[in-house]
Design a protein around this ligand. Structure first.
Ligand SMILES: [Zn+2]
Ligand SMILES: [Zn+2]
Length: 569
């Protein structure tokens, strides 16, 4: 007898209830570089994946950092079983101390990742609310109903991980930030063998992959190639003091600077708090090897000949208060740049920082230093996979479904197209954005709904600022302010003092005359409102704002901030 053919889907539904979908909730990092944060929902429980910050853009005056929108996590705090961290960069761990105000859950990551994250959490005074759990390369931990596997990848900070969530809907693999460096400084390669094994045995149901370099053809150079350049530069600059600036978390770069310095008979000193802290942490964890007696305090380098000195400095992004900026403006307490000094900028500016970096470079030249940066020498390579590597990952994983992550809109777009080129069914490729909730079920993948995903602005110690405040700051910085002050007698229905118009940063030389005319326009409007029986201060403020706004708009075609202050006596 011939058996009725059954698809795996219908056979599953006849013997058991259809499985609940697995959801991925994107809270940040899809549509911008930074504030990476997502959430995986398995059987009604939630695991948070990274909690990053974004550095402010030029149109965010006074903003120190931008966080993901935590509304969804706050409202679902009782369902969250843990936070997993892919690696220790600020755009993945920098927001943790803010999330811990709302959630008290264990945080998992490699020892270095957890070390870097814990340091930030301690600084924010939140360490009592955090339990950090270190996981080893290749380790699987159970978090709620989900097995979570940490798979080594190479990136521009050591001990980075891809993360495989073993769910009832199959394996959801998140690449983390990665590149496929075949010759990494520490010999720890991206574990393609394990990823391939997962793909072969279980299949990769959904791949979420780093899109940062999805527009760049070819393969990203190995980090080791920077070491060769550094050794050559150091050899050619013997007798000169060398200062190298890079990210304080880029410990493999730091190792290569140390190696080049050692080879050329130099001592090492650190400059900048995060450089000092990270070098100490990495040394303790056995990630950095510094020959005995080589590390000196920055105060001791004065006693050495210039050719015996190499300083590792923060500030490669032109941050105004970092060591490199202070050196460039001659304000460094520790290091006075002089003719003959060599400064190597071993980093690329993050988009948005180009202007500050250019200014620092100019300042360094003005002080007589020679500046070496990536425009003249290959002193930097990216930590992110280019198209060749992205295709390699796609071909090894052969995912059923694909969502590009970690990138601006255009990076995500190009990565999605690449996945289709590599054979992923276009119906199973979703270009998601912040706030999207993606559901993975037996039929495939779909956008289900959205959750709040606004930018959350943080202004130093002053706490959160909302969109209104930011809009005000933008208006003040670009158009200035016009203010009108007047006192009114509500009983007598007359204006008793003013109106006087005061301005800041508006209309330049014609300001004086315009102020007088503006005051008379407001006076007319107030008088007529009072005559019509308007007895309410709030209403009179509105009248004044409208009259002043109209006058300013027609006279100058500008839109400064209008501030009416009407006082009743
Ligand atoms: Zn990142
Ligand atoms: Zn990263």
């Amino acid at each position: 007898m011939r058996e009725q053919p059954l698809s795996s889907h219908s056979s599953a539904s006849t013997v058991a209830e259809p499985l609940a979908p697995v959801r991925v909730i994107f809270l940040g990092g899809l549509g911008e570089i930074g504030r990476n944060c997502a959430c995986i929902e398995v059987e009604g429980r939630l695991i948070v994946l990274d909690v990053g910050i974004m550095f402010p853009e030029p149109d965010m005056p006074g903003v120190d950092l931008v966080l993901p929108d935590f509304t969804f996590l706050r409202e679902n705090a009782h369902r969250v079983d843990g936070v997993v961290l892919t690696h220790g960069h600020e755009d993945h761990v920098g927001g943790l101390s803010y999330l811990l105000r709302d959630l008290e859950v264990p945080v998992y990551g490699s020892p270095l990742t957890v070390g870097l994250a814990a340091h930030r959490v301690r600084e924010a005074g939140q360490s009592k609310r955090a339990t950090f759990i270190e996981v080893a390369d290749g380790e699987t931990v159970e978090i709620g109903p989900c097995k979570v596997e940490f798979i080594p990848v190479t990136h521009s900070v050591p001990s980075a991980m891809a993360i495989a969530f073993h769910t009832p809907q199959g394996v959801v693999l998140h690449s983390g930030d990665f590149k496929i460096d075949l010759n990494p400084v520490d010999g720890r390669r991206t574990d393609l063998a394990r990823i391939g094994e997962l793909a072969k045995t279980k299949g990769i149901r959904l791949l979420l992959s780093d899109s940062t370099n999805a527009e760049e053809p070819g393969f990203t150079q190995s980090e080791s190639s920077v070491g060769e350049t550094l050794r050559r530069l150091f050899a050619m600059r013997s007798g000169h003091r060398i200062i190298v600036a890079c990210f304080a978390s880029h410990l493999h770069r730091i190792q290569q600077v140390i190696d080049a310095a050692h080879l050329s008979g130099r001592k090492i000193a650190t400059l900048g708090r995060s450089m000092k802290n990270n070098v100490e942490l990495a040394r303790r964890l056995g990630i950095l090897e510094i020959p005995k007696g080589m590390l000196m305090d920055i105060t001791e380098i004065e006693n050495l000949d210039p050719g015996e000195v190499c300083v590792l400095s923060t500030g490669s992004q032109g941050e105004p208060m970092a060591a490199m900026s202070l050196m460039a403006s001659g304000q460094s307490k520790w290091l006075d740049l002089t003719q003959g000094d060599v400064v190597i900028l071993s980093a690329h500016p993050i988009p948005g920082n180009e202007w500050s970096v250019a200014r620092v470079i100019d300042g360094l030249y003005r002080r007589g230093a020679e500046v070496v940066h990536s425009a003249h020498e290959p002193v930097h390579v990216s930590g992110h996979a280019r198209r060749g590597e992205l295709s390699t990952l796609l071909s090894i994983t052969r995912p059923d479904c694909f969502v590009p992550v970690h990138g601006e809109f255009r990076h995500l777009l190009h990565h999605a197209a690449l996945a289709v080129d590599m054979g992923v069914d276009p119906a199973k490729v979703i270009q998601a954005t912040d706030g999207d909730v993606i559901a993975l079920d037996a039929d495939g993948i779909s956008k289900e709904t959205t959750v709040p995903a606004a930018y959350l602005y943080v202004d130093g110690a002053a706490s959160d600022i909302d969109h209104g405040i930011l809009r005000d700051r933008q208006t003040l910085s670009s158009e200035g302010m016009v203010m009108v002050v007047a006192s009114v007698d509500l009983h007598e229905r007359e204006v008793v003092a003013g109106p006087e118009v005061l301005t800041r940063g508006w209309a330049g030389t014609s300001e004086q005359l315009l102020s007088v005319e503006a005051a008379s326009a407001v006076a007319d409007a107030l008088k007529s409102a009072l005559r019509d029986g308007n007895h309410d201060v709030e209403g009179l403020n509105r009248v004044a704002r409208r009259a002043l706004g109209r006058f300013v708009g027609t006279k100058t075609r500008q839109k400064p901030m209008i501030v009416p202050v009407i006082v009743a006596i």
